[in-house]
Design a protein around this ligand. Structure first.
Ligand code: SAM
Length: 233
């Protein structure tokens, strides 16, 4: 039976190989959840395996022992990378949260010409978004935590994808539903949309301009709609 509490740990997990909980997880297990000796939680790690794990307390130290591997849900057949123009406020967090739940593999953020938000310290934003991705994976049952990065579209290696699409608006002739592939890259614009020069750049790189329907979606809705369209079968 699956355990109610699930946590991601940044390490490989193997049956019987005990380790000590770090401060953050220790606080969650001991102070927040008030677990006691012999309780179990579910842990999943960087080797994408999930284990029913015994929690033992030794004074202030909490030792975790993976006991039995549990079945993990399959990842979608399509590996989807979202190339997201940075939107303002906490919209990037909303995009990462919902799209992690929908099965997106990787998020690449960039400041587009019409992005209102321009973070001085992308490292801090990346850390915050990585935490959101972790929490979303813990919540939804995935054993894969998507990667988060900041890179400009000029820096990307497009040969890694077998299909690239840009969500260019309701007027596009093609629909995202027409796009298929094992490794797909989809670009979504900011509040003000992509500029003409940005759309030209994507066209030069071989992106297909696509529509997500006849209505204008907010950038966070557009990202989730794109993920649902390609990943939910
Ligand atoms: N006024 C802006 C425009 O015309 O581009 C609206 C931008 S919309 C709020 C933010 C982003 O979501 C767009 O740049 C686009 O990538 C995507 N988007 C929104 N609705 C869409 C639709 N129906 N089809 C394709 N992409 C859409």
């Amino acid at each position: 039976m699956k355990n109610q509490y699930r946590f991601y740990v940044e390490r490989e997990l193997h049956s019987g190989c005990s380790f000590d909980a770090d401060e953050g997880l220790g606080f969650q297990l001991g102070r927040v959840l008030r677990l006691s000796r012999g309780d179990t939680v579910s842990l999943f790690g960087i080797n994408k395996k999930e284990f029913l794990t015994r929690v033992s307390f030794h004074g202030r130290k909490i030792t975790l022992t993976p006991l039995r591997e549990t079945a993990a849900p399959e990842e979608p057949e399509t590996r989807l990378t979202l190339l997201l123009a940075l939107s303002k406020k906490d919209k990037p967090e909303a995009q990462v949260r919902s799209c992690t739940e929908l099965g997106v593999s990787e998020f690449v953020f960039f400041c587009s010409g019409r992005s209102v938000a321009k973070p001085d310290m992308p490292e801090q934003k990346t850390e915050r978004l990585a935490r959101v991705a972790c929490e979303a994976a813990e919540q939804c049952g995935r054993v894969t935590v998507p990667r988060i990065g900041f890179r400009s579209p000029e820096e990307l290696d497009y040969s890694a994808y077998d299909a690239c699409a840009v969500c260019s608006g309701p007027a596009s002739e093609k629909s995202l539903k027409d796009i298929a592939g094992r490794n797909v890259l989809v670009a979504v614009g900011p509040e003000g949309g992509f500029s003409g020069a940005e759309l030209d750049f994507f066209e030069e790189k071989g992106f297909t301009p696509v529509s997500l329907g006849s209505l204008v979606l907010r950038s966070e809705t557009a990202a989730a709609a794109a993920a649902a369209c390609l990943l939910i079968k």
